[in-house]
Write a protein that binds this ligand. Structure first.
Ligand code: BYC
Length: 325
């Protein structure tokens, strides 16, 4: 439906302008907010950047849940800094989306009433401390795999936001790997917890890259516009190839009995996630969808007085300025 809308909008754009726009993209130029752009390009970016921003914000919930229960003061300080970084990422991304003519309030409301998505991964729970290590290792690891190429994306504000975000995400991934390493090298019970976290979070992490290429609705057009730099399967394969040796180093087992190195391909062969589960989760039926949206709706409602106060202040200031002119 969305793809159809974009297609029909794209064909309404002036063909000469479209060709000149595509030539700029092909030449590797950055598109800036005031430049002419096809309506489909603008809408695709709002969808992707908005979904990304929402993921950063909703992503604070499963980790924030463990700040008060971190095992040491050091781990608590690290986790607190990480969760604050995610809020910052959300804000850069909302700002990048605003340059496309949509307000942060508008896209927030679209998240809150279910019209916009956030990453499927955050609909899974974090049941114990090992999950926090695994989130840093696997979830931030998958996020970086996706986001490093996005530093070269064609839309200037998105690309610049990604450069800063990637620096922080790589710290997040390393702290997660360090936390899970400590568990894996700890008591037999701690090692069991680390293995259990890997068992539960492996496939949801693979799902973060989106559906397989044959089911990806937006990839072809998004890659032609350099909004996406790789297909979903390409990035998923890179993530598997990078993560398997990391798990081996920890002495943990990836929960995929068919996982094996393929000499011919130069990659690991692996089992795809259960795609029916993925589509069910993004439809709203994952284990935590209801809780996550309820928490964000509550935060939005609880913050209404702050927004009202700021708005009243801005209105008063504008009226004073108007009277003085
Ligand atoms: N979850 O045609 P496709 C983070 C939807 S990490 C939910 O392949 P596209 C963080 C997709 O929206 C995560 N929905 O789509 C890490 C589309 O539905 P609509 C954030 C998904 O856009 C640690 C439909 O499925 N990163 O923030 O070309 C701590 C068909 O898919 C998912 C980003 O967002 C999913 N996993 O490719 C804290 C990176 N996958 O919209 C925070 C930027 C697909 O037509 N985003 N869908 O209704 C992207 O690179 C791309 O949007 C995706 C999907 C690869 C995710």
């Amino acid at each position: 439906m969305y793809a159809q809308m974009i297609k029909s909008e794209a064909t309404q754009d002036d063909p000469e302008k479209l060709a000149a726009f595509q030539a700029r993209i092909d030449a590797g130029e950055k598109i800036e907010p005031k430049d002419w752009m096809p309506e489909g390009y603008r809408k695709t970016l709002i969808r992707q950047i908005g979904q990304h921003a929402h993921s950063e914000i909703v992503g604070q919930l499963p980790e924030g849940n463990w700040i008060t229960r971190a095992p040491t003061l050091e781990r608590k300080a690290i986790l607190l800094a990480k969760v604050q970084d995610e809020a910052g990422h959300g804000l850069y991304l909302y700002c990048a989306a605003e340059t496309l003519g949509v307000s942060r309030d508008e896209i927030t409301e679209m998240l809150l009433d279910g019209r916009m998505k956030y990453s499927s991964i955050f609909n899974y729970p974090t049941l114990n401390w090992a999950d926090i290590g695994a989130v840093g290792w696997l979830v931030d690891g998958a996020a970086i795999m996706n986001q490093v190429p996005l530093q070269r994306t064609s839309f200037g504000p998105y690309s610049r936001a990604m450069i800063r975000i990637c620096k922080e995400e790589s710290f997040h991934q390393r702290q997660g790997y360090d936390a899970i390493r400590q568990m894996a090298e700890g008591t037999p019970e701690q090692k069991k917890m680390a293995q259990d976290a890997l068992n539960r979070l492996w496939y949801p992490s693979l799902m973060m890259f989106g559906p397989s290429d044959k089911d990806s609705v937006h990839s072809a057009q998004s890659m032609a516009w350099k909004i996406k730099m790789n297909t979903n399967d390409e990035l998923r394969q890179k993530f598997v190839d990078q993560t398997v040796p990391q798990a081996e180093y920890l002495g943990l087992t990836i929960p995929d009995p068919d996982l094996k190195w393929n000499d011919e391909r130069g990659h690991y062969d692996y089992t795809d996630p259960d795609w029916s589960e993925f589509f069910d989760v993004i439809k709203g039926n994952g284990p935590c969808n209801v809780d996550r949206l309820a928490a964000r709706n509550k935060a939005w409602d609880d913050g209404a007085w702050v927004r009202d106060g700021l708005l009243a202040h801005a209105k008063k200031k504008a009226a004073r300025q108007h009277a003085a002119e």
